[in-house]
Design a binder for this molecule. Structure first.
Ligand code: PGA
Length: 226
């Protein structure tokens, strides 16, 4: 099983996100290989749109197995008078996964380890699978998390994707439990994804900028299913 995640970050509108989804599903339906892989559970695709676009996209995913939506973040607070917060409870019926601790949250929103831990607990409480993003080997790990997205800070959005050999060295140093799914992210695109897809050390990819165009994202999916 390969996990291919699309992190749209703070991009797209109500209409452009729907156009993306319609185009993407149309291409998926044309490709028998991809359809078969999806049905057989060889691939799991999760789209992480900006939070207000989750609901308008939700219905597109209902009839396609192994295509679901995720949240890019959740609040460290469960509920209350916290204007603007997006809680686990609010998204829990719409998403299966949430990213937690993405390095952009750590860097631009001063997210702390304490908040990350609270978010992980709340994700579990509301039956959302947390995908814990770590930017380097020093970041703390949490034993309840089943998905680790390793995204080297220097590789995010820079075009400097990390080599498979360097990733493997870091994975070995992390000494993760065998059941943990290890996802790589950082400047992955349709041209450089093969090395990661062929590796037994990597269970999936978290794709940022190359997921904004449905055709580019689809090319990665097509490669993951051949
Ligand atoms: P990128 O982003 O593919 O644009 O480098 C990946 C991520 O930050 O999730």
């Amino acid at each position: 099983m390969k996990y291919i995640f699309a992190n749209w970050k703070a991009n797209k509108s109500f209409s452009s996100s729907r156009e993306w989804m319609e185009q993407f599903i149309k291409i998926l339906y044309k490709d028998e290989n991809v359809q078969k892989a999806i049905k057989e559970g060889k691939i799991k695709i999760v789209i992480f749109p900006p939070a207000p676009l989750i609901h308008p996209l939700h219905h597109y995913t209902l009839n396609i197995p192994n295509l679901s939506l995720g949240s890019q973040d959740i609040s460290a607070h469960e509920s209350g008078s916290l204007t603007g917060e997006i809680t686990a409870q609010a998204v829990s019926e719409l998403v299966r996964y949430t990213l937690i601790g993405h390095s952009e949250r750590r860097k631009y929103f001063n997210e702390t380890e304490d908040e990350i831990y609270k978010k992980i607990l709340l994700a579990h409480k509301y039956d959302i699978e947390p995908i814990h993003c770590i930017g380097n080997i020093e970041d703390k790990l949490y034993s309840s998390v089943k998905y680790i997205a390793f995204e080297p800070v220097e590789s995010i959005g820079t075009g400097m994707n990390m080599s498979i050999d360097a990733i493997t060295i870091i994975k070995n140093k992390l000494n993760l439990n065998k059941e943990i799914k290890f996802i790589y992210g950082g400047s992955v695109n349709q041209y450089n994804c093969d090395q990661y897809l062929e590796s037994d050390d990597i269970d999936g990819l978290l794709v940022g900028s190359a997921s904004l165009d449905p055709l580019h994202f689809y090319s990665i999916i097509a490669k993951a299913t051949t």
